[in-house]
Design a protein around this ligand. Sequence first.
Ligand SMILES: Cc1cc2nc3c(=O)[nH]c(=O)nc-3n(C[C@H](O)[C@H](O)[C@H](O)COP(=O)(O)OP(=O)(O)OC[C@H]3O[C@@H](n4cnc5c(N)ncnc54)[C@H](O)[C@@H]3O)c2cc1C
Length: 360
Amino acid sequence: MTLRHRIAGAAGLAVAVTVLIAAAAIFVAVRAQLHQQIDDALAARASELTTGEHRNPCAGGTARNRFPAPSSDRDDARFGGAEGYAQFVCADGTVVRPEPAVTTLPVSARAAALARAGRGESLASSDVGGTHVRVLTRGVGAGRGAVQVARPLTEVDHALRNVLLVLVVVAAAGVALAAALGAIVARAALAPVRRFMERGVDFVIRKTLPELVAGMNQLGGNLIDAAELEREVVARDRAIDNTFGKDAQVIAIRTARNYLGDKLIRVAKPHKILDPAAGPLIAVKLHVLTRKTLGGLQTDLSSRVLQPDGAPLPGVYAAGEVAGFGGGGVHGYRALEGTFLGGCIFSGRIAGREAARAIG
Ligand SMILES: Cc1cc2nc3c(=O)[nH]c(=O)nc-3n(C[C@H](O)[C@H](O)[C@H](O)COP(=O)(O)OP(=O)(O)OC[C@H]3O[C@@H](n4cnc5c(N)ncnc54)[C@H](O)[C@@H]3O)c2cc1C
């Protein structure tokens, strides 16, 4: 997979995963909220039927007369519509239903056990005669059975289906946007490289090695021996097939890819240079520059330049690299990479002060 595809994939995947997690979280939260409202209403209805003026029909009371009377055979109406459907399960298993009983709420083993015990509570969602309902079963006291209150989830399910539809559309749009963003990010990230390839005067880009060598020699003045270069490239390509090869660069690439982070986004899988699928071949003419020097002028602690006999050269001061490794040798012989600028600036300060003092 090319670097461009990996950057696009990584950026797109990150946004897509975030969008999908957010959509799933919203759906779960909305569903919990809607179910909670139903559960609260069921609990309130169960309390209403078992307290106050109501009496337990299992004990010969009158609560059955207060059951909601379903008025039609519509799915939700069969369960008492918004108010809910209620029935009592007596301790001996007898079920007391409203009259006329348009529907029948099945008594599960769990509900029967609650009725026998007369205490405890359980909430469950189930399908009753093709209608999705939420059922609360609550014990009403030892020997007095349990009350069951049910409400259709028809409206909730309808609302959830709408929410799900909206979330699926939003998530799909998010994933599409993520893919587009990924492609834009990848294009922008690699634009400088592409500009180098298209306009770089030191770049030679060809499909085959002989063509590349011809281009390099045209740019650099016939310095490259085509046969010798091919021998080296082929030898290097052999190291790709050999897991125990000794090619230092291939070993370094494989070692770097041992770290997952680098493997995913930083170090490309090694491939053969002459593999056409990994083409084109790119050669870059290098311009060598000096990065560090060991200095050249010997100075004393006042930054005065010393002559071969050790005597100061009158009126001449030196600072920075020219005065010694690491900027006037300030850090000694063992100056480290990255410590040059401090020494250069510090030795410049001394030189400036001493020169100013010399002229009064
Ligand atoms: C690629 C690179 C990365 C580096 N990274 C770091 C780093 O991370 N940390 C660190 O500490 N050091 C780093 N260094 C080293 C550090 O930059 C140098 O040691 C430091 O800048 C040297 O300062 P200088 O004043 O001695 O010389 P220079 O900064 O080279 O200044 C010499 C100046 O003299 C001018 N000049 C030359 N000839 C003439 C002339 N005939 N007439 C008039 N002007 C002239 C030049 O144009 C130049 O401006 C790095 C060096 C390089 C090349």
